[in-house]
Ligand binder design. Structure first.
Ligand code: GLN
Length: 483
């Protein structure tokens, strides 16, 4: 049952092969069996079974949607009414959201069943899920390895089949990198395509919600119900949402795929380069034209990103002051003590590091040298992409320099951790859509390939990803969880 796609499960539900209650119970049992992966922070079993009952009634009445009755789960960054929403932090360990994020509301309206809330790096800051207050997520393919981050719980839940599909968010790679590490598919849409209302803010000009699942097609189905204009998010874009499944089977004949030469250097692990070369060959066979392109400013993406993201987070996280919501220290002596101890006791090391870096970059005297400079670099990077998309339709690249590293391996060296984001970060600076899909294995660990599209061209991205999944079976492999 857990191997089936959304469409197959929807058919099974309609044909009464199984009910949504049975399907939901089946996934709840798996979640309980594999708690050692630490993919979930909160499991909402009772609410899920009630939602499944309602879904069964709706299916019987004949007005169900594809997602009605399908067990899914949310990254714990999306506010869920009456359910704990922690954002992976001690700061919000006691926070029960009073309302639903727009994404949650939209998915509830489809009748999808929410199984619970997925583990993540604290406030989405991290690349390994090790900054979570609730502990690291284990990679289902090798429990000594990280699941990636920040949407590590999301990726692991899909890989271990503890949910059919899930939501994630991506500020600098947090959907694509864990998807690659866990061998699942994930799409970060164009900035502004999915509402950020009720999605806890990390770096507002970069954060974007998206979908993760076993296949590009399932990502398309989930994204369809998440996307769209929202008056409650002033940066959401008011353009119609196309049918993301309409072009899935379109031929790739004549589609131009660009390879940025700056991404295919000796820095890419040799086995990774081989897997990517094989994928490029598949694309040639599918009729795509491969073209080398150059994007000279990509190399500045990491420093620019870590200045901008830290600056924005230092401002966004100032709201956690121990007064309005979240953690409050015991017996504060005065207001200052309340602020400093509440923040000092409840934020983790990485979050504090970012707040310090961001506050520094924004302070008078350093603003021009760091923040302004980073924004200028950001423009140059966007211009590189603009130039590239005048030559090609889609850009192909690695997602990560290596497969998943071991838990603990990079914790002592934050800069090394940041450098691992080299292939994903520029896309957020430019606000473009991008996908990660499975492209092979190295030493038993999955590797992904990245496809980057032009603004609002998610339909083509999904088409190019789906075409590859029709001729390969990397995405249908499952880890052995019982060893
Ligand atoms: N690893 C990056 C960071 O730590 C990206 C995280 C994300 O996309 N949320 O900021």
């Amino acid at each position: 049952m857990q191997n089936k796609t959304i469409t197959q499960l929807a058919q099974g539900l309609r044909a009464k092969e199984f009910s949504s209650v049975e399907l939901t119970q089946y996934f709840l049992n798996r979640i309980e069996k594999y708690t050692d992966l630490n993919a979930y922070i909160t499991v909402t079993a009772n609410q899920a079974l009630q939602a499944a009952q309602r879904a069964d009634v709706r299916i019987a009445s004949g007005n169900a949607e594809l997602l009605t009755g399908i067990p899914m789960a949310h990254k714990d960054i999306f506010c869920t009414q009456a359910v704990k929403t922690t954002c992976g932090s001690k700061m919000l360990d006691n926070f029960i959201a009073p309302y639903n994020a727009t994404v949650v509301k939209k998915l509830n309206a489809t009748g999808a069943v929410n199984l619970g809330k997925l583990n993540m790096d604290e406030f989405a800051m991290g690349s390994s899920n090790e900054t979570s207050f609730y502990g690291a997520v284990k990679n289902p393919w090798n429990k000594n390895a990280v699941a990636g981050g920040s949407s590590g719980g999301s990726a692991a839940a899909v890989a271990a089949q503890l949910a059919v599909c899930v939501t994630g968010t991506d500020t600098g790679g947090s959907i694509r990198q864990p998807a690659a590490f866990c061998g699942v598919s994930g799409i970060k849409p164009t900035y502004g395509r999915v509402s950020r209302f009720g999605m806890i803010a990390y770096a507002s000009s970069l954060d974007q919600g998206g979908s993760m699942a076993r296949s590009a097609q399932d990502c398309a189905i989930l994204l369809q119900s998440m996307a769209g204009f929202d008056v409650k998010d002033s940066t959401s874009v008011d353009t119609p949402v196309p049918d993301y499944c309409a072009d899935l089977d379109k031929s790739l004949a004549g589609v131009k795929i660009g390879l940025p030469k700056e991404f295919f250097t000796a820095d890419v692990n040799a086995d990774m380069a081989k897997a990517l070369d094989e994928a490029i060959e598949e694309y040639k066979k599918l009729g795509a034209e491969i073209k080398e392109i150059s994007m000279p400013n990509l190399k500045y993406a990491i420093p620019a990103y870590y200045v901008i993201a830290s600056a924005e987070c230092s401002s966004n996280l100032s709201r956690y002051d121990g007064v309005r919501f979240g953690y409050r220290c015991e017996n504060p002596a005065d207001l200052n003590d309340l602020y400093t101890r509440s923040r000092g006791e409840a934020f983790g090391k990485e979050v504090k590091r970012r707040i310090l870096m961001g506050t520094y970059a924004l302070s008078a005297g350093y603003y021009d040298a760091y923040y302004l400079k980073a924004q200028q670099v950001r423009r140059l990077i966007s211009d590189d992409f603009k130039q590239a998309f005048s030559e090609v339709d889609v850009i192909f690249s690695p997602v990560t320099p290596t497969p998943a590293f071991n838990i603990g391996e990079k914790l002592a060296n934050p800069v090394e951790m940041y450098l691992a984001d080299i292939y994903t970060i520029a896309i957020n600076l430019a606000g473009l859509p991008a996908m990660s899909i499975p492209a092979g294995f190295i030493g038993g660990l999955p590797v992904g390939l990245q496809l980057i599209g032009n603004y609002f061209d998610e339909t083509r991205l999904l088409n190019v990803a789906h075409a590859y999944q029709q001729v390969t079976n990397w995405h249908t492999q499952s880890p052995n969880l019982d060893n």
